[in-house]
Design a binder for this molecule. Structure first.
Ligand code: HEC
Ligand code: HEC
Ligand code: HEC
Ligand code: HEC
Ligand code: HEC
Ligand code: HEC
Length: 273
């Protein structure tokens, strides 16, 4: 019986490595495209190129919490339904991309103008700016080159190929967690103790879940109460690896933006006794 279970786990592990990032069988994207979101609720209908949003140039500057809680982006591609007017009134992308806010001594380029029209996008003096975001059908040279930008960051095998936890801990990136006028002034919560999650499968290594390390990027509100409703020790809900592969629980981030599912040992990290 014990042998059979160990065998099952071995098969699962092998299957996991064959699975692509995110648990679906597809080609692995190059590291700079991991966490890339194409936003296209309106653009193509208006003959505008859909918008490319890359996580890496943003997550190296801001916490997940700032964008997904304070600014209010959904955690699912295209769910926010951003409009040009939203951006022009200083919401969503326009919170920062307003032509005013400074980053590292430079103004962040502005997003869409109010009452944006196709004609505006065709005016060559503005078209270049539009195409930095409305970028799917044009060859856009990014200001920041991925390889150059991340050259000094500690590496990992999957996803962006970056160990983001180590990168932040080494001070190679400094994350902005709050913006005036956008974030509330309440004090951040204090991290509770770290947790060991024991999977209900014999022979599968335990998971060391660090509240400290997650708190840096996610605060508390990105997980509680939506993804993990209970913060009571006795009331932990049961969930399975299949649900995680499906994008629930840990899979809400891992497999899309945070390191992917095929990195089994990075979660199942406690040696089996
Ligand atoms: C992002 C973290 C994470 C990654 C990556 C991960 N797991 Fe899990 N896994 C979990 C958690 C959390 C549980 C515990 C669920 C529970 O039992 O409550 C779990 C449970 C399991 C279980 C127990 C049975 C079940 O279905 O719940 C197996 C087997 C398993 N994982 C296999 C794998 C394999 C194989 C991989 C690599 C392809 C993998 N895991 C990658 C977090 C992860
Ligand atoms: C600068 C803002 C910003 C930051 C910082 C940011 N995100 Fe996002 N994220 C977005 C936007 C915009 C979308 C797309 C939403 C939409 O299309 O409605 C998105 C989408 C996502 C999605 C869904 C992706 C998909 O393919 O469905 C996940 C998961 C996600 N983000 C997780 C994270 C995590 C984890 C972090 C921190 C490591 C993070 N985000 C940091 C803005 C941000
Ligand atoms: C929290 C602030 C913030 C939000 C929100 C934000 N950005 Fe950015 N974005 C930045 C900063 C800062 C830069 C870097 C500007 C620079 O290097 O000149 C940047 C850079 C970019 C770049 C250029 C990357 C490069 O290297 O050339 C694109 C494209 C971009 N953002 C698209 C978006 C889109 C699309 C959205 C909304 C879905 C968005 N951003 C939301 C702050 C933000
Ligand atoms: C910082 C990123 C960014 C820049 C720069 C930008 N946009 Fe947008 N724009 C977006 C996002 C995100 C959407 C939502 C895309 C979708 O869902 O199709 C959008 C949507 C639009 C839409 C369709 C939705 C609506 O409400 O009508 C138009 C038209 C538009 N933009 C025009 C422009 C024009 C013209 C420019 C250049 C002057 C521009 N945008 C520059 C991010 C940007
Ligand atoms: C990345 C997701 C994530 C983030 C961010 C997060 N938690 Fe948790 N939290 C969990 C998980 C997973 C558990 C284990 C319970 C479960 O499996 O349902 C947990 C359990 C708890 C518990 C129960 C204590 C225990 O030992 O079981 C408390 C209290 C708690 N969290 C508070 C917080 C606070 C306060 C923050 C912000 C500083 C925070 N959490 C941030 C995922 C998260
Ligand atoms: C709200 C988004 C989110 C959820 C949900 C989430 N994580 Fe993470 N996790 C992150 C981010 C962001 C990082 C930083 C590394 C990265 O993005 O690749 C991270 C890093 C980690 C690390 C690496 C720690 C290290 O020392 O390098 C482990 C292990 C991990 N997560 C396990 C889990 C497990 C297990 C769960 C579910 C119980 C979970 N995570 C749920 C966002 C999330």
């Amino acid at each position: 019986m014990k042998k059979l279970l160990v065998f099952c786990v071995a098969v699962l592990l092998a299957a996991g490595t064959a699975l692509a990032q995110g648990g679906v069988k597809k080609k692995r994207p190059p590291p700079q495209d991991y966490g890339k979101v194409v936003i296209n609720n309106h653009s193509a209908n208006l003959n505008l190129a859909p918008v490319v949003f890359n996580h890496w140039p943003h997550r190296s500057k801001y916490t997940c919490r700032l964008c997904h809680v304070d600014i209010g982006f959904a955690m699912k591609a295209n769910e926010t339904s951003i409009t040009a007017d939203d951006n022009a009134s200083g919401n969503y992308c326009g919170t920062c991309h307003n032509g005013q806010m400074m980053f590292a001594g430079e103004r962040i380029f502005a997003a869409c103008p109010a009452k944006a029209t196709e004609a505006a996008a065709k005016d060559p003096t503005v078209a270049q700016r539009c195409s930095r975001c409305h970028a799917t059908s044009v060859e856009v040279k990014l200001k920041n080159d991925f390889a150059e930008f991340t050259a000094k960051f500690p590496k990992q095998r999957f996803g962006n190929g970056i160990d983001w936890i180590a990168t932040e801990a080494a001070g190679l990136v400094t994350l902005i967690d709050r913006l005036d006028g956008v974030s509330s002034k309440t004090k951040p919560f204090v991290n509770p103790v770290d947790a060991i999650i024991s999977p209900h499968a014999y022979g599968m290594p335990d998971i060391l879940f660090s509240h400290d390390k997650h708190g840096v990027w996610n605060g508390c509100e990105l997980c509680h109460p939506d993804l993990f409703p209970s913060v009571k020790k006795e009331a932990k809900q049961a969930y399975s690896m299949n649900e995680i592969f499906d994008g629930k629980y840990c899979g809400a981030c891992h497999g899309k933006v945070s390191f992917p599912m095929m990195d089994c040992e990075r979660c199942h990290s406690k040696p089996v006794m």
